[in-house]
Design a protein around this ligand. Structure first.
Ligand SMILES: [Zn+2]
Length: 230
């Protein structure tokens, strides 16, 4: 993984500055694919598309944030790293707070946020796996926004969110059928999960289908690793 010098961006609400990391190159060595569609590639980490400002605590889309030229900021490249905070992924409750607000402009925005809300909860289970076994590396993968306690309140939000995601998918694409099958499995709706798996015939998705079907047969609702790429 080769990181470039981070770019300074400005919060569109209060102009507070933060650092956006840029990758020049990376690769999927030691990447792990999970049944809920999350890919964790230690050498090609996902970057936040949505973040919360450290100063005004409001959310904004990173792609819409103004980038500040080095000259304008008055900071040297070395000092930027120590004086400004890097943007981070929102937490479970922060993603939830975005639902039904103006930050969501279309169906894709809502799907992005609801998928990440789902993943934050599933990260609780991801964190129970042995990193050495999953990643061939004891350091594993940092999940800074994982849910740390599965309270009834959090679980109720999770269940509600899974149901809302299911309504957002129209089942036209195989990937959406697969995601819906996984959502039904996470909810314990075994029959619905199996029906949707029948619709997924693409060879590229075969390993996911097999894994999810096996979990349904075992009555297991938890997220599982599908495959590891060397
Ligand atoms: Zn702000």
């Amino acid at each position: 993984m080769i990181p470039d010098i981070p770019v300074i961006i400005e919060c569109p609400h209060c102009q507070h500055q933060a650092l956006k990391e840029i990758l020049i190159s990376g690769n999927t060595a030691r990447a792990v694919h999970w049944t809920d569609g999350k890919h964790e590639a230690p050498r090609l980490p996902e970057m936040p598309r949505l973040t919360f400002c450290d100063a005004c605590k409001q959310p904004y889309w990173v792609e819409n944030a103004k980038e500040i030229e080095d000259g304008e900021s008055g900071l040297s490249a070395e000092r930027k790293a120590t004086q400004l905070q890097r943007i981070t992924f929102p937490s479970f409750s922060e993603y939830q707070s975005c639902l039904g607000t103006e930050i969501i402009k279309d169906r894709n925005d809502e799907i992005y946020i609801r998928i990440r809300l789902w993943w934050c909860y599933n990260d609780y289970y991801r964190n129970t796996y042995d990193n050495e076994e999953i990643f061939s590396d004891p350091r594993g993968f940092e999940r800074s926004n994982a849910v740390t306690d599965l309270t009834k309140e959090i679980t109720d939000i999770y269940i509600d969110n899974c149901r809302s995601l299911l309504k957002l998918f129209n089942g036209q694409k195989q990937e959406e059928s697969l995601t819906s099958a996984e959502l039904h499995r996470n909810l314990g709706d075994w029959g619905d999960s199996l029906i949707l798996l029948e619709l997924v015939t693409s060879e590229d998705l075969e390993s996911y289908v097999k894994k999810i079907r096996k979990c349904v047969e075992l009555g297991d609702k938890k997220v599982q690793p599908v495959s590891r790429f060397a």
